[in-house]
Design a protein around this ligand. Structure first.
Ligand SMILES: *Cc1c(COP(=O)(O)O)cnc(C)c1O
Length: 397
């Protein structure tokens, strides 16, 4: 059984703050500070260029990939970290399209995070090969999978509503129609159990600054199914994905396996922090995470619905159809969220009217949930959100 009292102690949470936004940016694990200090003060400052060999910096992308792989059901050697998730979307889609050269349609849904759709659109335009991006309602994805679809590209958990796609069923449907499957696990990795190997999907991608707590700007990851990892062509053929980067050949030859999905110099300081943050997961069972996450989110829904009828549940009511977040619709959701944050309860807002709350069993407790729900209901019921300072829009919502 995972000891959640112990995991909570491993996070630095400001006194009195209830943090329900780890689905956007995970809080700082206590060990992150020492890890950043070590890499700067002991490695960079003392070893300089020697750090690449002596401190093992060059191997961090694969090592971190293996640590993440354990949390998403991917075998060792099938995941590599680097770049940002937007870049990994591009890489996965470019390679996926080449596996299905006779088909021209990429299928996604309108619950996907916009950058995934933007990156797909940009890639398809650059390919200039008559490709199209077909974006349908999440519920209609399965019925649109047919022999014209080259690639199905979806995010498992909807960033706004928390709605969960059925990974095994959709992947099965895609494969029976001859389509390649890409899963974005941005809101899945560290949020709920994922069995990537069992799904048989060709590609998966995700980020590490949400539920994996790697810090702002932490690197993304990409998974390529092991039987394909030596076959796919990396579209972003950077030198660190080359078979022999330090041969400095003028011709590109892809490296072995998923390591070919590396592009350029890894962000070593950020990776050292992520490595430390992933240590928090040692001894954590994803099944326990799921059980507790459902307990937290169910309690939140019950308490909010008991306290106000002015906000409407925007997430699936069935916990099995939801990731690790809950959203409520409220017309003045932006101002209400600012009022909530002013009372030390942090969630976030997604246009046009979604108040979003992430639940992370590693550090959120049932007491957090009860307090947060109480304050939220009071703000909504009394209208205390209705102040000019709460309506003022910031760059990041
Ligand atoms: C958070 C998120 C992103 C963010 O992409 P970055 O390149 O890391 O900024 C992309 N896709 C999805 C589905 C996300 O949830």
């Amino acid at each position: 059984m995972t000891d959640f009292t112990k995991t909570r102690q491993q996070f630095h949470l400001p006194e009195g703050l209830i943090y329900l936004d780890g689905n956007s940016l995970g809080p700082m694990p206590v060990c992150a500070q020492a890890a950043a200090k070590r890499v700067i003060a002991e490695e960079w400052s003392k070893m300089l260029i020697g750090g690449w060999n002596k401190a093992g910096w060059m191997h961090l992308p694969m090592q971190l990939g293996d640590r993440i792989g354990r949390l998403i059901g991917a075998p060792a050697g099938s995941v590599v970290t680097g770049d940002t998730l937007s870049i990994k979307v591009y890489q996965a889609l470019a390679s996926a399209l080449e596996l299905n050269p006779d088909r021209k349609t990429v299928l996604s849904d309108n619950g996907n995070f916009p950058t995934d759709l933007y990156m797909a659109d940009g890639l398809l335009k650059s390919l200039n090969g008559g490709h199209q991006l077909k974006v349908v309602d999440p519920e209609a994805v399965e019925s649109h999978i047919d022999e014209t679809i080259a690639v199905v590209m979806l995010t498992e958990v909807d960033y706004r509503s928390g709605r969960l796609h059925d990974m095994a069923a959709i992947t099965g449907k895609a494969h029976s129609a001859g389509a390649v499957m890409i899963w974005d696990l941005a809101h899945s990795a560290g949020a709920l159990p994922v069995d990537l190997a069992a799904s048989n999907a060709e590609f998966a991608i995700g980020c590490t600054y949400k539920y994996l707590n790697g810090g702002p700007g932490a690197p993304a990851f990409i998974y390529v199914r092991p039987d394909l990892a030596d076959k796919v062509r990396p579209a972003l053929s950077g030198w660190l994905g080359h078979e022999a980067p330090f041969a400095f050949d003028l011709d590109y030859r892809p490296g072995a396996g998923v390591e070919r999905m590396r592009v350029g110099t890894p962000p070593v300081i950020q990776m050292a922090v992520l490595d430390a943050a992933l240590g928090v997961w040692d001894g954590v069972d994803m099944a326990d995470i799921r059980t507790r996450s459902i307990e937290l989110s169910q309690r939140f829904i019950e308490l909010v619905e008991a306290g106000t009828d002015k906000a409407q549940l925007a997430s699936p009511r069935d916990p099995a159809a939801r990731g690790s977040q809950v959203s409520f619709r409220f017309a003045e959701g932006y101002a209400a969220m600012q009022a909530l944050i002013a009372q030390n309860v942090v969630g976030d807002f997604r246009a046009p009217d979604i108040m979003r709350f992430g639940f992370c069993p590693l550090y959120n407790t049932l007491e957090d949930v009860a307090q947060a729900a109480g304050i939220l209901c009071e703000i909504i019921e009394t209208g205390s959100w209705d102040k000019p300072e709460f309506r003022k829009r910031q760059a990041v919502t």
